[in-house]
Design a binder for this molecule. Structure first.
Ligand code: HEM
Length: 552
């Protein structure tokens, strides 16, 4: 059905907001010429708006082939939908988590469409590992792209491997991939052990047999930031850093503020930073300070690298490799902005996801004492008494690794992967019936990682912490790190850091949860682990308190 000619001008106004003021003028002039009441004018405007909305809704349904799905008032990925909490009529960003125990997603469909009635763009959602593999395994051939409007917080500092598409992405990945080596992972073990000791001293745990940790999330985020900063970029941020007198903020402080304020930086207009609002000013100071630090670091490393010749001219760490590409030919060349863009992308990706996963693992091991006992026995059997873990020891910690994977399954840090079709793509679906679906050019697919990893067809009893699901599963088949050519580049980095930290902590301490009076462990799990949500740009269970007793 085509829109009626009466609607045509309003449709184009709606699609092209620049013409809206002209149309509004025409409408008001037309209504004022005739002796109509204010009510009449209001009704005319309301009827026109309703017609536009209906037409837009109809066009959006057509763009997703009228495939079945949800019809909320606002799209979850639009600003309005994302700002309003999950409720009737508005799924919001947390709908899959909030409604995970209801029949809402139902898992009867591998793919559903999401077409908003009022505001936002239509898209598809999938909860199927199989669909994810079909889409991502060959995504450079099917030419899927990450939508720019959704990756915007990631390229505030410059283009990088996470945000880029097509040839630009290939160039960034080609540059970064060789820096994730065994040498890097050995350094991760050394630095994680050193940071654990610094934490031990700074937090005042040295001479105590019982410790109450008020917020494990804070410690895990600090640890993850220190490890990626030291191992990836050679930035030596101590656990407790004294502010530098020459700067408004220290490097570590500004890094912490910047890494949790990307959305603020994106949405707050420049002029607002001059307002006397303390939190906004702190964000601005942090971003400016860090920018100045980064520029100085790039210059210093560039000068250092120019003095190196012979075998040493092949830099090993990520930052040196990025900086060295500023002086290379076009295949592996980076601008200063791209060097800084990649540095921040890795600081974000490397920090939040791993920190959230470590916190979730500790939370579950504290609740499920039987799994902690198995992990402890494994640690004692794998790491000889009297020394700290080395890289080779970590591969023996199969149960601890399964606990880590199971925690990430329940709280997938990279909670939403988004891809736009640049041409029609045909996929096979198994539910509700085996058939094929055409995702039209321009369609947006949201891989809802919480839904994928709570899909009962693949993970029976999905809300149960069951590490044995991962026994014997090859690392390449673990779906929480994505799939295909754009799968996580830092998977092994994250495993190494997490297993090293967890093995040190669990070797030295027995951990437990502070239950309320009369509360069961299951109730605690529901109350505390259930209030998960966005942590920075990731998804995690947030603040968790732990009781720790020193092992004799
Ligand atoms: C528990 C920890 C982690 C999880 C769950 C995780 C998850 C993911 C996922 C699902 C993707 C794919 C995104 C997509 O296809 O759109 C991804 C990509 C990526 N991850 Fe991770 N990640 C983790 C840790 C890390 C670490 C430690 C680093 C860096 C040291 C890192 C760096 C990256 C980068 C650079 C990409 C983009 C790769 C590309 O597009 O070529 N991640 N990660």
């Amino acid at each position: 059905m085509l829109p009626s000619p009466v609607l045509q001008p309003w449709i184009s106004v709606y699609m092209d907001p620049q013409r809206a003021h002209k149309a509004f003028f025409l409408l008001t002039t037309a209504t004022s010429r005739t002796p109509r009441s204010l009510l009449g004018m209001f009704l005319a405007v309301a009827a026109t708006a309703a017609a536009v909305l209906i037409y837009r809704f109809w066009a959006n349904l057509a763009s997703v082939n009228y495939d079945p799905g949800m019809r909320p008032l606002f799209a979850p990925l639009g600003i309005v939908g994302a700002l309003i909490p999950t409720c009737w009529g508005n799924p919001g960003l947390k709908w899959v988590w909030e409604w995970r125990r209801t029949n809402f997603f139902s898992y009867k469909y591998d793919v559903v469409s999401m077409v908003p009635l009022l505001v936002g763009e239509p898209c598809y959602y999938t909860c199927s590992v199989d669909v994810v593999r079909q889409l991502l395994q060959n995504e450079t051939k099917t030419r899927l792209v990450k939508p720019r409007w959704l990756t915007a917080p990631l390229f505030l500092w410059g283009e990088n491997v996470i945000s880029a598409n097509d040839e630009v992405w290939k160039r960034h990945r080609r540059i970064l991939a060789p820096t994730f080596t065994a040498k890097t992972y050995s350094l991760v073990v050394t630095e994680t052990t050193a940071a654990y000791r610094e934490m031990f001293v700074s937090e005042g745990w040295e001479n105590r047999d019982e410790v109450a940790v008020a917020d494990m999330n804070r410690l895990a985020h600090k640890l993850a930031l220190i490890i990626i900063a030291r191992c990836g970029f050679g930035f030596r941020t101590p656990w407790t850093e004294a502010p530098e007198s020459s700067a408004e903020m220290s490097f570590g402080e500004s890094l912490l503020v910047v890494s949790s304020s990307a959305i603020t930086r994106l949405v707050v207009p420049k002029w607002a930073y001059n307002l006397p609002i303390e939190t906004i000013r702190v964000v601005d100071t942090a971003w400016r300070t860090l920018g100045a630090f980064m520029h100085r670091f790039v210059e210093a490393r560039r000068a250092e690298l120019n003095g190196i010749t012979g075998d040493d001219a092949q830099p090993g760490d990520i930052f040196s490799r990025l900086v060295s590409c500023m002086d290379q030919d076009s295949k592996t060349q980076l601008s200063e902005e791209e060097v800084i863009g990649n540095t921040f992308a890795l600081l974000f990706a490397g920090r939040e996801t791993t920190a959230c996963a470590i916190v979730a693992t500790l939370g579950f091991l504290a609740i499920h004492q039987e799994h902690q006992a198995t992990a402890y026995a494994e640690i004692m059997a794998s790491i000889p008494a009297g020394r700290d873990p080395v890289l080779d020891d970590l591969s023996k910690l199969q149960h601890l690794m399964a606990c880590y994977h199971e925690s990430i399954r329940m709280y997938p840090g990279g909670a939403m992967l988004t891809r736009e079709m640049t041409e029609d793509v045909v996929i096979k679906v198994a539910r509700p019936v085996e058939t094929t679906m055409v995702l039209k050019k321009g369609a947006l697919m949201v891989v809802e990682m919480i839904a994928v990893h709570h899909n009962p067809h693949v993970f029976p009893d999905p809300n149960e912490f069951r590490p044995s699901r991962w026994y014997g599963v090859p690392e390449a088949d673990v779906p929480m790190f994505g799939a295909g050519p754009r799968a996580c580049i830092g998977k092994k980095f994250s495993h190494t850091e997490a297993l090293c930290f967890l093995s040190l902590l669990l070797r030295d301490w027995k951990i437990d949860v502070p239950l309320n009076l009369g509360e069961s462990r299951a109730q605690y799990e529901d109350r505390v682990m259930g209030r998960a949500g966005r942590v920075g740009l990731s998804f995690g269970c947030g603040s968790i308190a732990l009781k720790m007793s020193r092992r004799k």
